[in-house]
Design a binder for this molecule. Structure first.
Ligand code: SF4
Length: 385
């Protein structure tokens, strides 16, 4: 249904329209369990757009790092994209990703803003994945039309940011230079939060962060973020050369967070390798704790469940923005619902297409299965009490 493009109030210029449902642990339209419950099977409700392969950073863990470039081709015409989005019957959310989507002001004005306005007019929730290290003015342009500003935050100080964020630049970058970006990132996140924007900071649990996750959580709260999103690091792209921590270390980091977290902030865990069908009692206890703690959610992974990724240069459609699964179609030739229907029947999707309603779980994603459960047939498992 078309909705009027309402502008937020002056006191909170970046807040979502006041008559829209508030994003909360009880309402997370990105979680594929909602569409599965509603439609009785996985449906396409979410489209992610890769709008750039440029970035001012080269994080050591970047899941799309191998695809980053120094120059890029023109974008596909937006009227083609809007036609394809119009055809998605159950569309509820759009995510914009990169690279750093705001790297070029031209992309902000000519692609991101029109897409966000389209989403607002259609009553669709939007998310932008950004490092927010660039000048505030470009975020200020976007924020009035955006629902979620999603940032990465894996640091306790400027030195961490320097080591993590510029590890793969291929040249030496001075600490003084990156410290300025670090300060600007924190300042931008704070200003956007103060303006009423829902800022969600994502940390990954990896060899650097697993023992510092409590301090990282505290800094995220100080920036005014409304949500702390936590995922384990999986070895895709740049991250594949980094040391891997054990499941035990990961479990300990999750427990620490649950013990020390600010209970007023929404904690969203995703792509965890812990399931209610585990034979290990301790793992099941953790899963049950995650489900019962207030303001804590475990989001089922959208990739390939209710979401596809569209490359805004080639038109290729992926089931994940990590390039390990080849494209499934192209928006120049096909409707997105049709591409998704093909994927839904694919043996790779069928192999992990389990669903235990009592556990609110619809199975592991492809990365989790590949890393921890290569020999496990999830289709024969069931959540245990
Ligand atoms: S849905 Fe799959 S992964 Fe989740 S508890 Fe059930 S069998 Fe295990």
């Amino acid at each position: 249904m078309q909705q009027a493009l309402s502008r937020p109030a002056k006191a909170a210029p970046f807040a979502a329209p006041s008559d829209w449902p508030v994003l909360s642990p009880a309402y997370d339209p990105w979680d594929p369990i909602r569409s599965l419950q509603q439609h009785g099977r996985h449906e396409l409700t979410s489209v992610e757009l890769t709008v750039t392969h440029l970035c001012n950073m080269r994080c050591e863990h970047c899941a799309v790092g191998d695809g980053l470039t120094m120059t890029e081709a023109p974008h596909l015409p937006l009227d083609l994209l809007f036609r394809r989005l119009d055809e998605v019957r159950h569309l509820e959310t759009i995510s914009i990703t990169g690279g750093e989507p705001t790297f070029r002001l031209e992309t902000v004005k000519n692609v991101i803003l029109p897409v966000l306005k389209y989403a607002r007019e259609r009553g669709i929730r939007s998310q932008l994945n950004s490092n927010v290290t660039l000048d505030f003015e470009r975020y200020e342009l976007i924020a009035p039309y955006l629902d979620v500003m999603h940032i990465s935050f894996n640091y306790t100080q400027a030195e961490d940011f320097h080591q993590v964020g510029f590890a793969r630049t291929g040249r030496s970058v001075r600490l003084e230079t990156t410290s300025k970006l670090y300060e600007r990132m924190i300042d931008n996140a704070r200003r956007l939060s103060e303006g009423g924007l829902f800022v969600s900071a994502e940390s990954m649990i990896n060899y650097r962060t697993h023992e510092r996750i409590a301090d990282i959580h505290r800094l995220i709260i100080e920036m005014g973020c409304l949500r702390h999103e936590v995922h384990p690091m999986y070895p895709s792209s740049f991250a594949s050369s980094l040391p891997v921590i054990t499941r035990r270390q990961m479990m300990d980091a999750v427990k620490t967070l649950l013990d020390v977290r600010d209970p007023g902030i929404w904690m969203l865990f995703g792509t965890l390798p812990f399931f209610a069908c585990s034979e290990e009692e301790e793992e099941r206890r953790l899963v049950s704790r995650l489900r019962s703690e207030p303001n804590v959610t475990v989001r089922n992974d959208p990739d390939g469940r209710n979401r596809v990724n569209v490359n805004m240069f080639s038109g290729d459609v992926y089931v994940t923005d990590f390039a390990s699964v080849p494209p499934f179609g192209n928006i120049r030739e096909e409707k997105l619902d049709d591409v998704f229907a093909k994927w839904r029947e694919h043996p790779m999707q069928q192999a992990i297409n389990c669903h235990c309603p009592a556990a609110g779980c619809c199975g592991p994603n492809l990365l989790v299965q590949d890393m921890y459960y290569r020999d496990v047939d999830f289709m024969t498992r069931r959540a245990l009490p």
